[in-house]
Every structure is written in structure tokens, then in C-alpha cells.
Design a binder for this molecule. Sequence first.
Ligand SMILES: [Zn+2]
Length: 368
Amino acid sequence: MLQAQLEDGRLILLAAHRKEQIHDFKKQRFLCPACRKSVIIRAGKKLIPHFAHEQIHDCELNRTGESLYHMRGKLQLFRWLTKQGYTVKLEQCLKDSARRPDLLLRTAGGKELAIEYQCAAISDEELLRRNEAYERNGIVPIWILGGNRLKRTSTYMLDLPKREQRFLTQYKQNMQLQMLYYCSDSKTFCNVQHILLTGKKQTVGQFFFRPLPNLLFPHLFQVLPQNVEETHKVWQSIQARAVARPLTYAPASIKRWVMRLYDAGFLLHDFPLSILQPVEAQYQMSVPPYIWQTDLWLEQLNVLPVMGSVSLNRLKYVCRKWEAATRPFAVPISTHPAESYMQRLCQLGWFGQINADTFVKKKALSLF
Ligand SMILES: [Zn+2]
């Protein structure tokens, strides 16, 4: 922890003091603000001066398993925000829970934001508990992941396993999904935006690396320019590879689907790749786009004659069996994937939308 209390109750942020002063502090007794047990000063040439419990025991401030990487970042962000004039509290306890967000920020408008700089793994239960505590207190959580968790694999690709997808965030409705990272070694933020999920950990996105000194807090929530053509191309190529060998390491649901297609007289690669389209709300689905989108065609769109119409409710119903059990917590309810998909088909000239619930087929796909 970066701060501890003197016996008279004063909270001391060790890193804000000079070396000599820290040396003097060593003669005094400090208490953990959470459990009131004794803590000792840790300071050295390479260390950020901080406090640690004298003995290992169960304490909220122990459980976080705080690394130096985390502590350094927390301090950097604290100073960065303070310099911009925000009222920021470090490791401050919430009113009705033992939760201590890394940083608690109050905006000029009186809104409170909890900034969690998360560098270590966190369980679903713990994540839920924290978010609920914030919600109860009317606080908006902002999760910034440690740069140590960013697994970029190419210009437009990163690995985003399911447990990382929990942190996908949409700050406002109609705003894009993003992941936010901060590296305390390089003092650099990375916004990953224009994210296209593929149904696997391979994920398409655009990376925006920006050094801390050049940034202001609101910049973290800006929409940055998108390279639509490139990101879509990369997404299509991932789908194409998946379709070419769907049964390698595939889960049972996918194997079953491929067999069903086969029974209906189709091979997965009979479907033209152009019918596969990225939709933002893919996180609502438990299977990759090439499964639920080919399913929509098989069940509804293919049998439809040209000029025939289909209702959105019907398509949503077909999709029900593919819906994911869990969703990212920081994403408001958005457009249903089937609706976004149909809108893409309209843009491509295959369908037309007559009203909010009805789509009309304009062209037949030659392959069927
Ligand atoms: Zn403690």
C-alpha cells in the first residue's frame, strides 16, 4: 500500500516525502488503514517507498497482491490526475463497504469515479463484488488494465480470452467498445478501439499508444480514427481460416453445427465468405460469427424468395440458442447481433429494411 496512518490518524503518502523524512518516519509506528495492524516502511533505491504488513494475515489490502508495477502505475496516475486539477483520493475506503478503489476521483460536476488499475488476474466473484459496491455508492468504475496484460499479436490483432473480454467497455450508448491499458514502465496508455470479436480469443482491434504526459483524462474516452477497410479485412481472414478447418480443436457445439449442415446437404465452406460480417455485439453470442450467421441463412434467409420478407423477431428467435450466458459488465444493452447483421446485409444490397422489424430479400445467393 502507498499510504498508512500514523497513530494520531494522519494519513501519510510515503512517496510524497523526501528520503530524509522517510528515514525519520521509520522511528514511528504506522497502521494499516484497513485492518489497523502495524505496517512497516519499505524503501530503497529501486523501490517506490510504500508500506507492508509486518506479518502475513488476512487483510483487504493484502489480498490484492500488489506488485511494484501496480503500485508505481497507481502513483503515476494519481499524480497525473491531481496535476489536472481533479480531486483524487488514493486507496480510500468506500462508505458502506471495505472496498478501496486504487483511485477515487471527483469531477467538477460532483460525479465520483473509481479508477481500478488492474494488473493481476481477478475472479468473476471479486469483479462482481467490486462493481456492485461501486453501483451501491453511485460510483462509476473505470477499469484500466495493466499493460502487462496486453497481448498484441500483429498490427490489428490481439489475444483477448473470455476472462479479458469481461473488461470490454462502452462508456456511452452508441460509443464503441474499447479496452484500456496502461503500462507503468513506459508511462503509456493504450486504447484498443474498433474491436471486432471473432468468437475466439483472436480479436481484431486498433491500437492507440499515447504517452501519459501528452494526455488529459477526458482523452481516454475519445473515439479515435478507424481504419475500416484494414480491420474488416483482418476479421474476414480470421473467419476464412476458421471455416477452412472448423473441426480442429472445436468445441462440441461447433462440431454439432457442422454435422447438422452436412445432414442438410451443405458443407461449411459452401457458404460464400461474403455473408460473414462483423457485428459489434458479438459478445452476446457464445459461438463464432460463422456459426450463427450461417445458421440464420440455413434457417431463415436462404429459403426466403426474392422479395420475401422476414421479421427481426423471427431472426432473434433463431439466435436464442447461441446466446452467451455472461456479458461484459460495462456495456449497456446494445443492438441485437441479428439486427446489426441484417443492417450489414442491407448495406451490401442483399436486403432492404422496410420498417424497424421487417427486412425484404433483394437478391438470391447463387450458391444455394
Ligand atoms: Zn491491513
